[in-house]
Design a protein around this ligand. Sequence first.
Ligand code: PLP
Length: 449
Amino acid sequence: MSRAGTRTPFDRDRAALWHPYASAGSPEPLWQVEAAEGVRLRLRGEDGAGSDVIDGMASWWCMIHGYRNPVLDAALTEQAGQFSHVMFGGLTHAPAIELAELLVSITPEGLERVFFADSGSVCVEVALKLAVQYQGAGGRPQRQRMLTVSGGYHGDTFGAMGVCDPVDGMHSTFAGLLPNNIFAPRPPSAATATPQEIAVWARAVAALAADNSDELAAIILEPVLQGAGGMFVYPPECLRALRRIADDHGLLLILDEIATGFGRTGELFAADHAGVRADIMCVGKALTGGYLTLAAMLCTNRVARTVSHGAAGALLHGPTFMANPLACAVALASVRLLLAADWRGNVAGINTALTLGLSPARELDVVASVRTLGAVGVIELDRPVDVAEVTRAAMRNGVWIRPFRNLVYTMPPYVCTGADLAVLTRGMVAAVAEVYGDTPGAPMTGEGQ
Ligand SMILES: *Cc1c(COP(=O)(O)O)cnc(C)c1O
């Protein structure tokens, strides 16, 4: 205790903690969160200075309704007053039942059965296992590999890593431990793709599927937007092509909507852009409005029935905290809140504000491109971002962002006002301009509205 008294929280953090993808005791700048309300975080820096910033990350894409949302707070407190957790083997409870029914009713048609997992990565593991079990139950036990596209991100556990981009993912470090999956080229960019390019790409994927169909269980990818793999948008037609390829070769189609679900791309689920029905779908992140960790795998009754009648007679997964009642209760409140609001109008409004507000970045020499999709706004640089410097500069401009690779991006909470979005986009553009010694050529529009 005396030791703690003489050291700052930052010293203590560096002595005892790991942060995501960080070295132990990393010298990276840190801020302590003192409070969070609505779309704002109150942060304290190592120099003792405090600042109120807009959270342009929505806590890594999940805090869609804002911090301390009264409806979500109430749902959580109410469930805590009943029971916070019970095992899900042999027991059930209203929050799980109601949430499962609601998810089935709002996800694309055909997805009728729900498995609750405790994080997105685990949800992907379950989806992969289900696909392999499905093939085994159908008399094709040798079909255990996955077909995916380059540039994807599906989580940090081994199965999920095995379908992340083979170069940018962590494949080289864990080479001996990762399953040997098949990687098709990344789909063409939505910004530039011609119908011919899409057709060429689809033929290449179809050839890979045909060559390997004896060993393939499923196709897995993120629909329309590849998130952590590079905030890359591709045409919905590519998804329709994959649906056909999957059907032609007896593969299941697994759509990972963990980042894209719940309105983020402008449709409730990104698969809705293409009108494609998945056999298996994963949702997470925004599912609980950012309050607790929970993910859900949904599958068709055909898949569920096949696996349940297979040799194992069961889906072989069951986490300790499966369908945690607190998480289910807050997720139920969050999804209901989303559906009760004009989410489509809100996301469209955010898109307009992001498009307008980020466009001055195009004038900066260091900027390679600016793009938006739904409530996602991306400034792509022509070089890797100096994360510490850009983060500091954004902080000075009232904004919390966490760039990666060559991307300065935002996935703001849906409850941002026009004024919040003006501060956010202006702060992002200013941060890039300040760090890369440049000033935007165009006047900032949308300010203070
Ligand atoms: C974040 C993410 C995951 C992993 O979810 P965790 O909850 O971090 O395990 C999987 N797939 C996609 C598309 C994601 O964005």
